[in-house]
Write a protein that binds this ligand. Structure first.
Ligand code: MG
Length: 302
């Protein structure tokens, strides 16, 4: 089951369930007691999912809205806290990073965590902001996103699946020069409009093995990244185990699980994103996340 947050001319942000590739059902229009937001739906646990299943079964064809008539938003339009991320979680991406910097290859021995601010979040078909006065090295990163369901603290690897609600796609847009300048990842990862999420959350019941999904990223139609989630260094279960050790994970928390090789920073010559570039990520079983880069002035001209 694919769940979305959407809006149209008729009102506020609503939760929908995708009926097929081109139609969405407005859950609250079918069931007035349906949770009002994606976060409320996730917090409702299994009961919420049962409600969504009933909506899908009960909805008459006339209740279906064409995706052309609505605007899909990030599935959780404004996360309640920073988006958790894992850096350097694919072996060949670790290798390309060291090769580009001319340093000896050292693989991480534990997941490397950082976060992206909620103000960075954008949805499908929204523009990622590029201010050339802030960064000259704006890059993309295709990643599988894990959405936490019931959450918890000190979650074992064996119990990790129970803590998960579903899966989404994340583009971890990154200002490489700011990462280097501040010798720390947070700032270069948290610029406004630099965390694309969507187009939907696929409930975990529809993903047989999240650890074996193909993912691909293109820039203006040119393939840059193509890999499988089976190549992660640290599995989703291990990530949840380590992240939740002594720190609560809560319903609606999002974890971006790292990017495979093929980032623009590691190309020869290097290729960074420019105004008008279109970046598209496909992940098997989830869908397609498409965003355009738009040059903006966050710093006024002098
Ligand atoms: Mg990343």
């Amino acid at each position: 089951m694919k769940l979305v947050s959407f809006s149209d001319r008729r009102g506020p942000v609503r939760v929908g369930v995708l009926d097929d590739a081109s139609h969405v059902i407005d859950c609250k229009a079918i069931d007035h007691d349906f949770p009002s937001s994606m976060l409320d739906l996730i917090r409702a646990g299994q009961a919420g999912i049962e409600q969504a299943r009933k909506v899908l079964q009960a909805a008459p064809r006339a209740a279906r809205l064409s995706l052309n008539e609505v605007r899909l938003l990030a599935p959780i339009p404004r996360p309640t806290k920073n988006v958790f991320c894992v850096g350097r979680n694919y072996k060949e991406h670790v290798e390309e990073g060291h090769r580009t910097r001319g340093t000896e290859i050292v693989y991480p021995v534990a997941p490397q965590f950082f976060t992206k601010a909620p103000t960075a979040v954008i949805g499908p078909d929204e523009s990622a902001s590029l201010d050339p006065r802030v960064t000259q090295m704006f890059d993309y990163e295709a990643e599988l996103g894990v959405v936490i369901g019931c959450g918890g603290i000190n979650i074992s690897e064996a119990d990790a699946d129970e803590a998960i609600f579903g899966y989404t796609i994340v583009n971890d847009f990154t200002a490489r020069d700011l990462q280097r300048h501040h010798d720390q990842w947070f700032k270069g990862k948290s610029l406004d409009r630099s965390c694309a999420i969507g187009p939907c959350i696929v409930h975990k019941s529809a993903i047989a093995n999240p650890q074996d999904l193909g993912l691909e990223l293109t820039v203006n139609g040119e393939q840059r990244q193509a890999s499988r989630t089976s190549y992660m260094i640290f599995s989703i279960a291990k990530i949840i185990r380590d992240l939740s050790l002594g720190m609560s994970l809560e319903p609606g928390d999002i974890i971006a699980t790292g990017t495979p090789k093929g980032v623009g920073f590691a190309m020869d010559p290097q290729q960074f994103l420019a105004d008008g570039d279109e970046v598209v990520i496909n992940i098997e079983g989830i869908g397609e996340l498409r965003n355009r880069v738009e040059q903006v002035a966050t710093i006024a001209e002098k």
